[in-house]
Ligand binder design. Structure first.
Ligand code: GDP
Length: 295
């Protein structure tokens, strides 16, 4: 994960190691390399620039040049700013409501269905709740079967209405069924398309308006880099969602999406998917991620 970025940052900080005394020029050279590393990681140009400017200001403010271990202090400032860029604190999921309704949105192939099952399993194991899954991805028939298979694996029931093509109705009936059966969390897996289209946006907005979810999560494939950030923005304009789920982080060597999304949409990354299996889900901790990136 993010090996290239870690490597390049290490090289950037190496500039400082070779010097007994550090000058403003050394710091500027290092930050230039840091910025280059961020750009190579597919971080948006403006975000990378602002990031290094902030680090520079803080470095001057904290008198890096006259400190005992200037190199280490600069690494610490970069680390803290990187955690802040990704949201600072970990952000929990809102499970208020009877039942709590969680709406899952995103493009087709982003990992929505897989994540819905992962989340159900997480909520059951870690939050001690009794979730039900609702299969409202009516355009990809395999999605319903896929969710059922996953549901069986984790022992969570999956509500679906075969032949019904109206996802709003399926979502509403699913919530009624959950109430009847005493499930206190409902996770609704919705349809996505290969790219953003108006009909999909209208449909998801209608489901959102009707079921009034306690939590709306936007799922996106981390490997798509800047595209992930643009898609996050388009969905946020329509849904004003509560959090982002970055999937396929296990295959993302660059890290641009993880580093840019928060600054672009101002919504926290709440979970990351780290594999195809139902237990390959982590709560996102910006500080731990920053530690990891800096090696
Ligand atoms: P949907 O169309 O958005 O519902 O996407 P799916 O849940 O069907 O996922 C698409 C593909 O991505 C499937 O082959 C999943 O197994 C895979 N996938 C989902 N999440 C992850 C993840 O975190 N890591 C990896 N490596 N693969 C994932």
């Amino acid at each position: 994960m993010f090996e290239n970025l870690t490597d390049k940052l290490e090289k950037a900080f190496h500039i400082l190691k070779g010097h007994g005394r550090i000058t403003e020029v050394n710091v500027a050279d290092t930050l230039k390399e840091v910025r280059r590393a961020l750009l190579d990681a597919d971080v948006n140009f403006k975000i990378a620039k602002e990031f290094t400017n902030t680090v520079k200001e803080k470095a001057l403010g904290q008198k890096v040049l006259t400190s005992l271990q200037p190199g280490q202090l600069l690494v610490k400032i970069v680390r803290d700013e990187m955690a802040a860029l990704m949201g600072g604190q970990a952000s929990d999921i809102n499970l208020q409501g009877a039942p709590a309704v969680i709406l899952i949105a995103g493009l087709q192939g982003s990992g929505k269905t897989t994540f819905s099952a992962k989340l159900a399993s997480y909520i059951k194991r870690k939050k001690g709740r009794n979730p039900m899954l609702v299969a409202a991805d009516v355009y990809r028939p395999a999605a319903i079967d896929q969710l059922k298979v996953l549901g069986q694996q984790i022992n969570v029931p999956v509500f679906s209405i075969p032949e019904n093509m109206n996802p709003v109705e399926i979502a509403q009936k699913g919530i009624e069924e959950a109430k009847r059966l005493g499930h206190n969390v409902v996770i609704i897996d919705t349809a996505g398309r290969l790219s953003i289209d108006e009909q999909m946006m209208r449909e998801i907005a209608e489901i959102h308006k009707t079921v009034k979810p306690s939590e709306t999560l936007f799922v996106v494939d981390a490997m798509t880099g800047q595209d992930a950030v643009n898609t996050a923005k388009a969905f946020n304009d329509v849904l004003d969602y509560d959090g982002v789920v970055l999937t396929k982080l296990d295959g993302d060597t660059r890290g641009g999406a993880a580093l840019s999304i928060r600054a672009t949409v101002n919504k926290p990354i709440k979970f990351v998917g780290t594999g195809e299996k139902v237990d390959a889900l982590d709560v996102f901790h910006p500080d731990r991620m920053a530690d990891r990136i800096l090696g």
